[in-house]
Design a protein around this ligand. Structure first.
Ligand SMILES: NC(=O)c1ccc[n+]([C@@H]2O[C@H](COP(=O)([O-])OP(=O)(O)OC[C@H]3O[C@@H](n4cnc5c(N)ncnc54)[C@H](O)[C@@H]3O)[C@@H](O)[C@H]2O)c1
Length: 361
């Protein structure tokens, strides 16, 4: 069964379709690809698996393809420029449609190309990782990395549709899949206790790629993200709760070097650290922290930062976070399981004690 969720943003409203084998469905794609020219952007791993299938659904369209190497290293200005040059050489016009076929890397760079090419053309997200289906394809954040920082060049630019085919998750590596589950757990933790409980009760079927469970977690995650994005499209306030675990997690990613820990893995450890600090502030109790730790462990996700990381490393890296205001480090913490809040007013010694509790020296 195909689910449809709208992200309601006035004239920029768009649907998210979720279902098994949606790539076989010509009707959905053709409803949104109204242009004669189509540019499919993908990475080589995903292209080998799914590009021919997608191309076969585009019938009489003039279709062009640009394939980048897989991985975070490709999300840069050099590939951005190569794609733009390719499109100019092929005389792609402003009414063309871009299709981003791949994970968050492809979605982010293709979205930024769409936002920039001749001041903006339409694009469709066809996410193929769990992380991109539940998170990066929804909400319109597009970007490439700069050598001085991740996602430092980008734009808010919404797609015209998201088509999440959960059958594509069958070919994803277990590690990438589990990293995506961390983001799913995040939605339960920030806003929906009942969803968190559902994930906890059904974790075995989720981890065995059960079709109904996958469709359910993608649907619930997208619904939660859509509601938050509708309230605060450009992250001036509440949207920041989506960053639970990210301030600690980004520090970990930077410390170990991008690619050594997957984003979802760093977020998993970061969410535990945020829950630990919430416990120290008297919001959570030990048993609630334990629920979070156990659930992440069942997904083979890390629940501690890297051993080599000292509290000062965290403080140095967290103080550079682009979400900070002034000198204080902005954090997303938990009032309860299922209720996150944003704060930069907390006793600094509680943050210090939290970091110290993970220090192995
Ligand atoms: N825009 C946003 O709001 C947002 C939110 C979260 C993360 N992100 C970004 O997303 C990126 C991470 O995304 P990701 O985890 O999807 O990584 P990714 O795009 O690098 O994909 C992970 C790996 O899986 C492979 N892959 C993708 N789909 C596959 C499939 N169906 N079968 C087999 N292999 C497949 C890819 O080739 C790649 O090697 C980061 O750059 C992060 O900054 C963006």
């Amino acid at each position: 069964m195909t689910e449809k969720i709208d992200v309601s943003l006035g004239t920029k409203t768009y649907p998210i379709y979720i279902g098994h084998n949606l790539l076989k469905d010509t009707d959905i794609l053709c409803t949104y690809v109204l242009s004669k020219q189509v540019v499919i952007i993908s990475d080589s791993t995903v292209a080998d698996l799914y590009l021919a299938k997608l191309r076969s659904k585009l019938g009489g369209k003039e279709s062009y393809e640009f394939v980048i190497p897989p991985g975070e290293e490709s999300k840069n200005l050099a590939y951005f420029e190569q794609i733009i040059s390719f499109m100019l050489e092929k005389k792609i016009n402003r009414s063309a449609t871009i299709i981003a076929l791949g994970g968050g890397v492809v979605g982010d760079i293709a979205g930024f190309v769409a936002a920039s090419y001749q001041r903006g053309i339409k694009y469709i997200q066809v996410p193929t990782t769990l992380l991109s289906q539940v998170d990066s394809s929804v909400g319109g954040k597009t970007a490439v990395n700069h050598s001085l920082g991740k996602n430092m060049i980008g734009a808010f630019y919404q797609p015209i549709a998201v088509i999440a085919d959960t059958a594509t998750l069958a070919t994803l590596s277990e590690r990438d899949f589990n990293a995506g589950v961390a983001e799913v757990i995040k939605y339960g933790l920030i806003k929906e206790y009942s969803f968190l409980k559902w994930i906890n009760d059904n974790i075995t079927s989720i981890l065995s790629y059960d079709e109904t469970s996958l469709n359910h977690i993608v649907k619930l995650s997208c619904q939660t993200k859509a509601k938050i994005v509708e309230l605060d499209e450009r992250e001036n306030g509440i949207r920041a709760i989506l960053n639970l675990g990210h301030t600690f997690g980004h520090a970990i990613e930077t410390f170990v070097g991008y690619g050594n820990w997957l984003h979802g893995e760093a977020i998993a450890a970061g969410m535990v650290m945020a829950a630990n600090m919430s416990l120290r502030l008297g919001y959570l109790d030990e048993s609630e922290l334990e629920i979070v730790v156990r659930l992440l462990q069942k997904c083979s996700l890390p629940t501690q930062p890297p051993q080599a990381m000292r509290p000062q490393d965290f403080l140095d890296l967290m103080s550079r976070d682009k979400k900070n205001h002034g000198n204080s480090i902005r954090l997303i913490l938990l009032k309860n399981l299922g209720e996150a809040f944003i704060t930069d007013e907390y006793p600094k010694e509680v943050l210090a004690a939290t970091l110290k509790s993970y220090d192995n020296l």
